[in-house]
Design a protein around this ligand. Sequence first.
Ligand SMILES: Cc1ncc(COP(=O)(O)O)c(C=O)c1O
Length: 332
Amino acid sequence: MYNLILNSLSLPSRIPLLDGPTPLQRSRLAWGDDTLYWKRDDLTPLGLGGNKLRKLEFLVADALKEKADHIITCGAPQSNHARLTAVVSAMFSLSCSIVIPGETPSQWSGNLLLDRLAGADIIPCGDESLEQEMQRVASEIKSQGRKPYIIPLGGSNVLGSLGYFLAFFELLKQAEEQGWVPSTLVCSVGSAGTFAGLVAANALLPQPLRLLGVNVAEATDRLQLQTTRLADELLNLLHTPRSLPPFTLSTDFVGPGYGQPSPASSSVLIECFQRDGILFDPVYTAKGVAAVKNLMEHKDRPFPENIVFWHTGGGPAIFDPHYYTGLLNNIR
Ligand SMILES: Cc1ncc(COP(=O)(O)O)c(C=O)c1O
C-alpha cells in the first residue's frame, strides 16, 4: 500500500544524502507495558547526522536548480540545522553563511566548531533580527554578482517538510518488515517542519496513527498554526489535499525555555545513554524522550502499544560546556 501511495506522487527534485533507511530499533527501556522503538535519524550518514539531512535533500536540490552559489541560513549557536547546512553546502561547493543571534561566540564548541570545520562563515546579528540579517547578507552577496539562496530557520518550509513526509512511509515499511505496527509516534518540535511532514503523511492513511509533537520552545499557538499550514501546503504541493487527522502538541516538557535543559531532559538523557547506549541532545530530543517516558508511565489506555520516538539527532551540542557542565552535576 505504501508503494502505491508513493509511486503516485510527483516529487520536486532531490539530491540523495541518505544511503537508505535509518535503523529502527527496539529499546531495552521498560517504562510500562508498551514497547518503545527508536527511529535513528541521529544516524543519518553525513556531518554527524540528524533530521535536517532529509530536509536538505530537497532544499539544496532547489538551490542548485536555482543556480545559487551561496547558502544563507540561521539558528541558535548550537543549531544542528546550521551544522548540517554548512556540511552539505560544502559538499556541493556552495559557500555558506550562518546567522546566529547576539555577538561573536566566546567558544567554538560543539556544533559551532563543526560549522567552522565545514568552512561556513558565522555571522552574529547583534540587535538585528535573524531574518533581517539574512536579507542583508543576501543583498551583499548579490552586490558581488553572486546568487544567494536563503534556507529558513530549521529548514522548515514546504520543501523541507517533504523529507519527513517520505520518512513517515519509510518507517511504516520498516515496521511492517519487522512484523509490528506502530500506534503512537512522538518527535520533538522546534520550527515544526519535521512534525508537519509526519502530520501530512498521516493524513493519507486509512487509519491514522496517534501523533505527539513535543514542543521545545514556548509559543504553542504559533507551532500549531505552523504545523497545520505546512502540512496543508505540502498536501497541496503533492496534489493530494486532505483534511488533517488530529495531532497533539505538548508544552509540558519545555522546562526553563528554548535551548535550556530541564531536570527531566537531563535525567532521561543519562538514563538512555546508560541503558540503551543512545545519546540524545539536552534541549531537543531529550525533552521529547522525557515526554515519551511520561506517556508510558501514566498510561490511559488498557492495552500495550508500540510507541516510536523519532530520534532527530543533536548529539554534538553536548560538547558545549554550557550543556555538559550541567549534565556532569546530574550523574549519580
Ligand atoms: C536535534 C533536533 N531535533 C528536533 C528538532 C526540531 O525539528 P523541527 O525544527 O523540524 O521542528 C531540531 C531543530 O532544530 C533539532 O536540532
